[in-house]
Design a protein around this ligand. Sequence first.
Ligand SMILES: [Zn+2]
Length: 195
Amino acid sequence: MLQNLNIAQIGDPILRKKTRELSMEEIQSSSIKNIISKMIKTMRKYNGAGLAANQIFEPVRICIVEILENQRYRHLKSIPLKVLINPKIFIKKNNFLFNSYEGCLSVPNLRGKVKRYNEISITYYNSKGNRITENISGLESIVYQHEVDHLDGFLFTDKVYDNSSLVTYENYIKYYEEEYKKELIEFENKVKKLF
Ligand SMILES: [Zn+2]
């Protein structure tokens, strides 16, 4: 397991503080651009599916997501790189919760099951300062909910509803990955039938 000193680890108080929203001026500033490029480098270096600014000790409301055949999250489809500034999530009505077997670069070598919403809408500013609203459904929505939780001072471990689901990464692959993939396929088929 890669020990990562550049990423705040569970127990660091910065992970528990709600991050600060940015003004339009700040969004276009070079210091914010530097933070974003540092975030991208760090996420890619450690094979993350996303990263929140407070994970690299910057208490501002920015997160990024990217999934490119990510080895750590083999059940997720690819998402091109996205920078989300001041993101807000809205939970859609008539929603479903599903089990998400999550890990985090700030919680080394641990996975656990949390509940995530199937359908969300998210508003944010991109790095050019354009306001964007997107509807996201299915497994992809996990990553956004996980990252926005970071910006509000929460970790996935706060939401693990059954502590017996906590496992090391190695044991996740060895004992749980196959079973969890089947569960997700069943969930997706159930949702498809209802719409
Ligand atoms: Zn995380």
